[in-house]
Design a protein around this ligand. Structure first.
Ligand code: PGA
Length: 261
C-alpha cells in the first residue's frame, strides 16, 4: 500500500480532495464511498471549496455510505445518513437522489444488509472509498476479528468504539447504539481505490499495525494490504510509530506528480 505522510489534517484533506477531483474529471458519475467520524471532515470541506470555486464539477457524482447505526429513528441527527446529508451532500450541492446507504431502521436488518451489498455491485462498484480508522483498527464498523471476507452485515460495536463515539451523543455512552450495519471487509476490498485517512497521535498504534503489521482480522484495516491500490494518508502524529516513515516520505517526494494518488 502507498503511505503518504502529510504535515496535518488540513493537508490530508486537500490531497484527498484533489484525488477525488481528478477522479470526477475522468469519470463524472463516479461512485464515491464516504466515511463518517471527525477525520474525513477536512476532505469534505476541501472538496466543497473546490466545487464552489468551479475547480471541480461534482454535479454528477454519486455518493454511498460505508456504515450506519441500527435502530436510531429516521432523521436522528447522528444517524450516518443525516451526517452524510449534512457534511457531504448539501455542501456539494447534490440531491438525496444521488445518495445510497443501508437502511438502519429496517425491520429486517439482514435483508437490508444484503440489499445494500447488492445495490453497490449493481451501481457498478465503488470507485473511491474513503475510510477512517478506529483506535482498535476497525474500518467501517468491522471490529477486530471481523472476517476478512465479510460482506455488508450487522455488527456489534466494541465498548471502546462506543466510548470513542459517545462524544457525538452528548458524551452519554448509553445513547450510543450497540449495533450497526457496515460494508464488510470483502465489500470494501472490492472498491477500486480505498483511501484511508488517519490523523492524531491516538491513531498512531492502529496505523503502525495496519501498515507494518501482519494481515490479521484482529486489525481489520490491515486487510488493505491485500488491495492492489490502497492509499493510507497520515499526518505526522499518526505516522509517529511507523518504522519506515523516512522511506515513505522519500518515496512520495520522488513520485511523479502525474501519477496522483
Ligand atoms: P474518527 O472515527 O474519524 O471520528 O476518529 C474513525 C472511525 O471510527 O473509523
Amino acid at each position: 500500500m502507498e503511505v503518504v505522510i502529510v504535515p496535518d489534517a488540513k493537508a490530508g484533506g486537500e490531497l484527498i480532495a484533489e484525488a477525488i477531483g481528478a477522479l470526477l474529471s475522468r469519470k463524472p458519475d463516479a461512485l464515491l464511498g464516504v466515511a463518517t467520524g471527525s477525520t474525513p471532515l477536512p476532505i469534505y470541506q476541501a472538496l466543497a471549496a473546490k466545487v464552489r470555486s468551479g475547480a471541480v464539477d461534482a454535479s454528477r457524482a454519486r455518493i454511498c455510505q460505508l456504515d450506519e447505526y441500527v435502530g436510531l429513528p429516521a432523521g436522528h441527527p447522528e444517524s450516518y445518513r443525516s451526517v452524510v446529508l449534512r457534511e457531504v451532500i448539501e455542501p456539494l450541492g447534490l440531491s438525496e437522489a444521488s445518495f445510497m446507504g443501508p437502511d438502519g431502521a429496517a425491520e429486517d436488518v439482514r435483508a437490508a444488509c444484503l440489499a445494500y451489498d447488492k445495490a453497490l455491485a449493481e451501481a457498478g462498484g465503488v470507485d473511491l472509498q474513503l475510510l477512517g480508522i478506529g483506535t482498535d483498527g476497525h474500518i467501517g464498523f468491522n471490529e477486530p476479528c471481523s472476517s476478512l471476507a465479510s460482506r455488508t452485515r450487522i455488527k456489534t460495536l466494541t465498548e471502546q468504539t462506543r466510548i470513542d463515539n459517545a462524544r457525538f451523543f452528548d458524551n452519554d455512552i448509553t445513547q450510543v447504539p450497540h449495533h450497526v450495519i457496515t460494508q464488510g471487509i470483502g465489500t470494501i476490498l472490492e472498491s477500486r481505490h480505498p483511501i484511508l485517512l488517519a490523523t492524531g497521535e491516538g491513531k498512531a498504534d492502529a496505523v503502525a499495525r495496519t501498515v507494518e503489521g501482519p494481515v490479521a482480522s484482529f486489525v481489520p484495516a490491515s486487510a488493505l494490504q491485500l488491495h492492489p491500490h490502497a492509499t493510507v494518508v497520515v499526518d505526522e502524529a499518526a505516522a509517529s510509530k511507523l518504522k519506515l516513515a523516512d522511506y515513505f516520505r522519500a518515496t512520495y517526494a520522488a513520485k511523479p506528480a502525474w501519477q496522483g494518488l
